[in-house]
Design a protein around this ligand. Structure first.
Ligand code: HEC
Length: 145
């Protein structure tokens, strides 16, 4: 072991720690919080673009691979036809935006009747940015019957 190697190893170590996992794949090394940052405003138009992607983050499945917008069509998860109305009825005691945020970042927080939490993709908290989740929530709040 030479000093040169030791220094190089140290530099590499700090580079890894400083940048999180190496490579362009990790979107967020720290999972998103269970409560949306209060200063964040979602953009429903960008949210729709994200919602319709087949792939999100570094290879995460897109929402449309499991959720249909047609009434009563179950792909893997529940249809999101009229989702905003349904959520308002389902969770009158809490904010619909908060419910939707938590459904994405921590699917086990709320489980839709007749479905299993484990069937919803569970890693969005590290695959999406807070802004992206806010945009998706803003879009889903427009899904009215
Ligand atoms: C691998 C399949 C799968 C993917 C991908 C997926 N979901 Fe889900 N989702 C489910 C299942 C199954 C449920 C029902 C279980 C539960 O409530 O956790 C669910 C539930 C939900 C709910 C709860 C509200 C309700 O009653 O429908 C929301 C909101 C939601 N998903 C949004 C999203 C969004 C937004 C994305 C994309 C960022 C997404 N899902 C991607 C399978 C998926």
């Amino acid at each position: 072991m030479t000093w040169g190697r030791l220094l190089w190893g140290g530099a590499l170590f700090f580079w890894l720690v400083g940048c999180g996992a190496p490579g362009p794949t990790a979107v967020s090394p720290t999972p998103l919080p269970l409560f949306p940052p209060p200063d964040l405003t979602g953009d429903p138009v960008h949210g729709q673009t994200l919602y319709e992607r087949r792939v999100l983050g570094s290879g995460a499945p897109g929402c449309v691979t499991c959720h249909s917008l047609a009434p009563d069509v179950v792909l893997v998860g529940p249809s999101h036809f009229g989702l905003a109305d349904r959520v308002a009825q389902m969770a009158p005691e809490q904010d619909a935006a908060l419910y939707l945020w938590q459904s994405i970042v921590d699917p086990s927080a709320h489980i839709t009747e007749g479905f299993n939490a484990s069937d919803m993709y569970g890693q969005y908290a590290t695959q999406l940015t807070a802004q992206e989740v806010a945009d998706l929530v803003a879009y889903m709040l427009t899904l009215r019957e």
